[in-house]
Design a protein around this ligand. Structure first.
Ligand SMILES: [Zn+2]
Length: 445
């Protein structure tokens, strides 16, 4: 059966057709006895975590397959497995790492038995697809309940992930309360600013009382204790005890097994540090990877498909940061506005893969751009909604350049900005696909 769809392409197409004909096709793939299956789910950071983990395990000499391009629905997963298997469906890999959409997890785990499931965090994302956050949490809980022997790697700093109701073995990762001391040279970009993130409401999973935070690191992610029953953040097995960041890299210490270990990665932003931490936690849990191999993997990681990817734009570099929900967007804006001479192009589409509802634009903190005095390029099918959002964020109308056509917007932007400026393109998922399809950008790292 698999041979019929053995097309090995990067799109979801083979997987879609295959599923149409045989709904449980995934069971037809044959694994090596020692292969381990790792699933990564949660709202933010799935792709980056998957990419970093794959690089760490590869640096440890392991054979790894993973779904590379955010293709995290069942069709994309099957396409990835098709491309990595021979015509008999044999997958000869040490590790199969799959980023999995929250709603897809129960479907997938009813058909395969993962060795490990990691849950990154819960934020409102594509509300029209998933409904409220509790619905998403329940989908993941259901996905986990299919496999009692699966080890869980959970973000201890997100109370919904940390206290997911299951008997499975749990490994926790998180930040130490003092981790951010000295993280930024510039005071105004320090700890207080992070607390202005759009947060999810967090209450005690046991008694429903409010939580008291000794510190928050990103939105509602932090070190907490219940004001009613005393429930507190679980003991963290992999703890970021300190980190520092410059304009290009993050240097950090992780304490595990009683030892402090230093690493660095060429990514910035607290959200990316969470991704690296999650990847390292998984790698150390499923393999005997050494610290040297972890660091080699971190260094070899070049951000995948849109999550901070450097591209070649008409012979000049630009950076792409995919945006899709309030928290991720706010973090990206905070990080990028710290970079001198940054210029911005925002492209918003509302196709199915983006989420049809663009009301999330109103929850992202675009007012961070209000101190930016240069022109901002706005494009995509919902360019007008984006332009309106910027007006309400106190950005001068004369700065806002609206053009729904992505091709001409990118051409104009690349012509207009000066050599000492850096263009940051912030597209939604299908806007990014459109850019790639039209050959507007070509990866250079
Ligand atoms: Zn409580």
């Amino acid at each position: 059966m698999i041979s019929v769809f053995h097309l090995g392409q990067a799109s979801n197409f083979p997987g879609k057709i295959a599923l149409f004909i045989k709904k449980d096709l995934i069971q037809d793939f044959k694994l090596n006895e020692k292969s381990k299956i790792i699933l990564i789910t949660g709202t933010n950071g799935k792709s980056t975590t998957t990419g970093i983990l794959a690089n760490i395990l590869k640096a440890s000499g392991k054979k790894v397959i993973y779904n590379k391009s955010g293709a995290n629905l069942l069709s994309g997963i099957i396409t990835a497995l098709c491309s990595g298997s021979n015509i008999f469906g044999h997958l000869k890999y040490d590790y199969i790492i799959l980023e999995v959409d929250e709603a897809t997890l129960p479907l997938l785990t009813s058909q395969i038995k993962p060795d490990l499931i990691a849950v990154t965090n819960f934020f409102r994302d594509q509300l029209d697809r998933f409904g409220e956050l509790d619905t998403t949490v329940n989908l993941i809980k259901k996905g986990i309940s299919n496999n009692k022997n699966t080890t869980l790697v959970l973000n201890a700093d997100d109370v919904r992930a940390a206290f997911i109701d299951s008997e499975n073995k749990k490994i926790f990762y998180g930040f130490s309360t003092n981790a951010a001391k000295g993280a930024f040279n510039n005071e105004s970009n320090g700890n207080n600013l992070w607390q202005e993130n759009p947060e999810e409401i967090t209450t005690c999973p046991k008694c429903g009382s409010s939580l008291i935070f000794s510190n928050k690191f990103l939105a509602h992610l932090g070190d907490y204790k219940c004001s009613g029953c005393g429930l507190k953040r679980p003991e963290v097995n992999f703890l970021v005890s300190l980190f520092k960041t410059d304009s290009l890299s993050t240097y950090f210490d992780i304490t595990f097994d009683g030892h402090k270990n230093n690493f660095f990665i060429s990514l910035i932003g607290v959200f990316n540090l969470y991704n690296a931490l999650c990847a390292i936690t998984i790698a150390k849990t499923v393999s005997n990877t050494t610290n040297v191999q972890v660091q080699k993997g971190l260094q070899s990681y070049s951000t995948i498909f849109g999550r901070g990817e450097k591209i070649d734009l008409k012979n000049r570099p630009a950076w792409i940061y995919l945006i899709k929900n309030p928290t991720g967007t706010t973090e990206v804006l905070k990080t990028l506005t710290q970079i001198p001479n940054a210029r911005f192009l925002i492209a918003i589409n509302d196709d199915f893969a983006d989420g049809r509802d663009v009301s999330w634009l109103w929850d992202a903190q675009f007012d961070i751009l209000s101190s930016h005095k240069k022109e901002i390029y706005i494009s995509g099918k919902r360019a007008l909604d984006m332009a309106l959002r910027l007006k309400y964020a106190d950005i001068n109308s004369s700065q806002i350049k609206v053009n729904e056509n992505i091709t001409s917007t990118i051409t104009n932007a690349s012509k207009s900005i000066s050599q000492d400026e850096t263009l940051f393109i912030l597209p939604t998922y299908t806007a990014l696909l459109e850019m790639q399809r039209k050959g507007l950008c070509k990866s250079i790292i």
